[in-house]
Structure formats: C-alpha cells, structure tokens
Design a protein around this ligand. Sequence first.
Ligand code: RIB
Length: 296
Amino acid sequence: MTVVVLGSANLDLVYDVERIPAPGETVLSLGFASFPGGKGNNQAVAAARAGSDTRFITALGRDENGDRLAAEARAAGITLLDRRTDAPTGTASIYVDRRGENSIVVNSGANAELTDLTAPEREAIAGADVLVLQLETPVPTVAEAVRVAKAAGTRVVLNAAPSTAVPLNVLRGVDVLVVNEHEAAELTGPGPDPMAALTGHGCAVIITLGGEGALVGVPGQAPVPVPAYTVNAVDTTGAGDTFVGAFAAALDGEGLEALVAATGFATAAAAISVQRKGAVPSIPTLEEVREFRDAR
Ligand code: RIB
C-alpha cells in the first residue's frame, strides 16, 4: 500500500498542567517537552508505522526545528517531499491536563507556504493508492491535490481538521471523510443526522466519537458502529491523527466491510497512542497494534 500524506509539520511545545488555564489566568506548568507533531506529520508517521510505503509532502523552515522534523520523519521510514521556506517551521503550543485532555494553538509558519504542487509531488499523488489530507495547509492546495488524485484514480481520505469550511468541489472529490463530532457539526450546521447529511455528498464518512469509538457510514446504508477500547488516557494529542494514518494504511478494498475493518485497526492504534505522551512518540507500530488487539 502506497500512502501519500500532504499536510502540516509542527514542532509541538508541550506543557503539562494541572488544568487548562481559563482566559486571563496564568498557571505554572508541571513539566515541559518538545516533540515532532503537526496533523500531516502525525498521520504520515502513523501510516508508515502501520506498514505502508509512505510519502509526505510538507513545508518546513530553513531552521533547526525543520532539520529535526525532517530527520525524525525519515527515521520513521517516511520518504519526505519537503520544501524549505523563509518562514519558520510551524510550532504548536499544547497544554495537557491531568485527564489527558489538551488545548492547542498552532503557529502555521512554513505550513502556510505550501501554496502549490511541484511536478514530483503531483507524480507522487498520482502514483499512490491513497492520498491523505487535513486542513492545516492552505485549502486551495488541498483542492489541487484532490484534483490530481481524482484524475489518476488515487483514493482520497480527507480529515477535515481543524474545523474549516470545505468547498463543495473538494468534498465531491473525497472518497472517505474522517471527522470528529464537533467537525461534523461544523460542516453540516444544525441538524438531527450529521452522518446522513455528510454521506449525502456521495462519500464514505467516519465520525470518530473519542471514548465511544466511531461510526462508519456510506451513502444509502445504515451506519455501522465500531466500539472503542477501554484504556487510561494520559495524553490525547495526535490520537485523531494516529487514527487517520493507521486507517489509510489499513484500507484494503472497497465498500462498507473494508471501511469497518480499517476503522477497527485505526481504533486500536488510537487507543494505544492515548496511553503515551506526545504526538509522534505515541504512535504505535503494526506489531504493537496486532499485539494489542490479540490481547483483547
Ligand atoms: O492533532 C494534533 C496536532 O495538532 C499536534 O501535533 C499539533 O501540532 C497540531 O497540529
């Protein structure tokens, strides 16, 4: 399976706190560490660790953080298609509380400079089985990547995170849309059945439900629930990205059954990741996911 991920790379600056500060409040951190992160980078690492041949299209600054992210992505087995920009490498300030919940502010930096696709990047997308996208990079580039993928018959998985308006022409080119409940509601607006509203665009939809698992839907069929694993979460940062990358790597075949199988694998990968700290360091390998599932 060849997976191309196009998206963001950030250095995550992670502060452990008793609780997330309220507006106007200052709190002292209980600990600090920096880790590779960024939704695109996390998803690429998750796909690579789940066993796929993974290429990652991203933008990094010409700086130490960029060198660190590039080196760690390569160490994870990813083929990097990176461009270096005058803007600094993206960073994310992340507060993680005692319950493992987080609050994140991203400074896009170089990620905002990913405004076009080079010929080798188009070739990589056209030659892939699956293209994985999120919304931390400029939406016109996401739209262009979808066009290249559709023309070549590459399947498109869009993780519509963070919440941003997705143009209809982009949505129409998506094969599998992955969103959490909040993102689903942002895309559909108020209404009783976000799954029906989203599958109404013609794509398969996975709504992740945190500790409740996920719901898998395809147009015209009843959605299928996939249960979660009960684990003790210490840090949920990157769990959604682990899900998306692992899902893309495990997506083997068409139809509801294949989607449910890949979602089961991705749910296990995410359950492992929330028990560890940091985004990239928490992402499990294929063997770890298999062992975890076998033990249950
Ligand atoms: O989804 C988690 C990621 O969001 C973090 O790694 C951070 O960099 C932000 O992009």
